[in-house]
Write a new protein. Sequence first.
Length: 210
Amino acid sequence: MSNVMNHVETLMQTKTIQHKPGKRIGILGGTFNPIHNGHLIIAEQVLDQLGLDKVCFMPDANPPHVDKKFAIDAKDRVAMISGSIRDNPKFAIEMTEIIRGGVSYSYDTMKQLTQQHPENHYYFIIGGDMVNYLHKWYRIDDLVEMVSFVGVKRDGYTPVSKYPVIWVDVPYIDISSSLIRSKIRQHQSIKYLVPSSVERYIKENHLYEK
Ligand SMILES: Nc1ncnc2c1ncn2[C@@H]1O[C@H](COP(=O)(O)OP(=O)(O)OP(=O)(O)O)[C@@H](O)[C@H]1O
Ligand SMILES: O=C(O)c1ccc[n+]([C@@H]2O[C@H](COP(=O)([O-])O)[C@@H](O)[C@H]2O)c1
């Protein structure tokens, strides 16, 4: 029954979305340190379930979170994203934050993108865990007016928010970039947790070994 309700909920959301003119672009922002199969699965599921035209993976320059400072060079993160999305014509990479530099506040980025492409409507995709922190985001009240937030439901996180969030059901994938980094440090396998191109890139460039 709950699956049926979820399906109906998604269909209703999709209907609302179809009223808007222009392209419907999903934005999956993150550090991608490194990109993993969890990112790719949620991007594909949101694209399909909401009928988006495209999902852009948007690596940040410096994440707004003070507790998430260390990331490998942007050129390596970008190379791994590019290799991972190459065979999906509806996936793209959005370089705005890397090019702008500085702290990657989503408000600044989405303001820039909506000014450059006023015909598009943007769907900012975040993990269910992040939804609970939306009140801490820079200029969140203005940001929710500019984009539609899409929350990916996750086990253990209640799909409620005081902000308008479109909830999408995605099979729970317990993969994170921290898990990948930790496995590499411990000389454990990351096969099938990341695309094979990413596994190869990490090995060839000796990333995350220390
Ligand atoms: N397995 C997953 N399921 C659902 N959402 C995810 C998953 N992995 C990442 N996300 C979401 O993708 C976005 C970008 O994630 P990010 O690049 O920070 O990766 P991460 O795996 O969360 O990294 P880290 O482990 O270093 O914190 C965030 O909104 C995050 O919540
Ligand atoms: O703008 C903000 O205040 C803000 C605060 C936290 C996160 N974000 C964005 O949310 C996306 C996911 O963040 P993270 O920390 O899970 O990688 C990424 O694009 C961040 O820039 C943005």
